[in-house]
Design a protein around this ligand. Structure first.
Ligand SMILES: [Zn+2]
Length: 437
């Protein structure tokens, strides 16, 4: 290993400027989503862009050996680029595209939004190419230590494994694509627990510390579930609708999974931050473990059925997305081709542009599939080693995943915890930035 004396200073200096901006943006985004404030994110985005742009040239010099800083600079240079930020932030407020009265007609909204969604995809691809990556997904997966080919082969084998069961559920329950999420609610029994009951009961059983750093806000009129990490482990908030069904429990446990991982992260500096794959994998793990620990068997079986449907939907969405990055103009045909595999009528094929994973959270939906697979392997392992001693499950998660945050990336943590996903393991070391030896 070559020591480079300059690097710690570069990284420390970057961290002390970047972190306050990052937390400030998290706060503004949280307030926009939860209090309907209208912070103009372009302002903070342009400050972040200026900072990473001054560090961009370091990427091609041999002065950065801190992997976290490099990953942050790569992804932020594209996402906070003035052109990307302007389009992304515009798309994040659908009010910009609605001319008539609310609620908007989906077809009309899709027509109005389409050009900007495609323009944003092409822009991200163009900026990624200027950083020597073939496509934007290649850059994003590089920051996760994943390769596109390995990930695609994982997604295809997941689809093959889950699709027959999903077909049977769809047929048995007569599920329609246009009302997919309503069906998930209807498949669920009612539950009577409050969100505080669920949180405290799970934390007690898993032996998690209750430091009072997680604030739960339960509101009827809110987005389904959202975890805001506003200042590392010090300030974590969850916005959630009151939990009334088994599906509602799943959503809440998912957000608690985000909260758990961040609240027990003891790192300083950039390792307080995270990658998408790490964050969603931690959420999916606690979602599954929480269902297993808290729910009676009949309800737990419902969560497995819902999980199967959602895994197939997210897998198809990921495979569709990777094709889409290569030819966004063919979105309608690709959408129809992929989602028809559910065996349902998918209706108007122009509506794909309304999915926020095509613009606001690009190259993200695959993380739910990776998270689900990881969660199942973790559950199997913990049941084998510790049976129903849940406090040991909690300690295992804390030691293997939470405590050091982003210091060890997800793929390294999985390897060291002996969670083996054959198509993805072994890739981490092989990946190199294209212009690096
Ligand atoms: Zn999540």
């Amino acid at each position: 290993m070559t020591m480079n004396r300059k690097s710690p200073n570069v990284a420390d200096g970057f961290s002390s400027h970047y972190l306050p901006l990052f937390w400030e943006r998290q706060r503004q985004q949280w307030e926009n989503y939860t209090h309907n404030t209208h912070h103009d994110l372009n302002t903070i985005d342009s400050e972040i862009f200026s900072l990473v742009d001054t560090h961009r040239k370091l990427l091609t010099e041999n002065t950065i050996n801190t992997h976290l800083m490099k990953k942050i600079v790569l992804r932020e240079w594209i996402e906070k680029h003035p052109e990307t930020a302007a389009l992304r932030n515009k798309l994040d407020d659908r009010g910009h595209y609605i001319t008539g009265s609310m609620p908007a007609d989906p077809q009309e909204l899709a027509r109005n939004i389409r050009l900007d969604v495609i323009r944003l995809m092409k822009l991200r691809n163009k900026l990624a190419r200027s950083l020597q990556f073939e496509t934007y997904p290649d850059l994003m997966l590089f920051t996760e230590d994943l390769s596109q080919s390995g990930l695609k082969s994982f997604l295809c084998s997941t689809l093959n494994a889950y699709l027959p069961e999903a077909h049977a559920i769809i047929k048995h329950r007569n599920i329609k694509w246009t009302t997919w999420f309503d069906h998930l609610e209807r498949m669920s029994s009612s539950v009577l627990h409050t969100v505080d009951d669920i949180h405290l009961s799970l934390w007690r059983k898993m032996g998690f510390p209750n430091d009072g750093n997680i604030k739960i806000i339960s509101k009827q009129q809110s987005i389904h579930g959202y975890a805001g990490i506003l200042n590392g482990a010090r300030d974590i908030r969850i916005l959630i609708r009151p939990v009334k069904t088994v599906h509602g429990v799943m959503v809440f446990l998912h957000e608690l999974g985000h909260a758990a991982a961040h609240s027990m992260n003891r790192s300083q500096g950039l390792a307080q931050l995270w990658s998408a794959a790490y964050d969603e994998t931690m959420a999916m793990i606690l979602q599954l473990l929480g269902c297993k620990i808290l729910l009676e068997n009949e309800m737990y079986q419902q969560t497995l059925e819902i999980g199967c449907l959602e895994t197939v939907r997210c897998t198809l969405s990921s495979l569709f997305e990777f094709k889409l990055w290569r030819s966004p103009e063919n979105g309608n045909d690709l959408y129809k081709k992929h989602f028809s595999r559910l065996g349902v009528d998918i209706g108007d094929d122009s509506l794909w542009v309304l999915d926020s994973f095509r613009s606001i959270d690009p190259v993200y939906i695959y993380t739910y599939v990776l998270g689900t697979k990881t969660a199942r392997l973790v559950l199997q392992k913990l049941e084998t080693i510790y049976q129903e001693r849940y406090a040991l499950w909690g300690k295992w998660l804390n030691d293997r995943f939470y405590a050091d945050g982003w210091l060890r990336p997800l793929m390294v943590k999985l390897r060291e915890a002996k969670i083996d996903i054959p198509q993805l393991s072994g890739k981490a070391e092989a990946l190199q930035h294209p212009d690096r030896p």
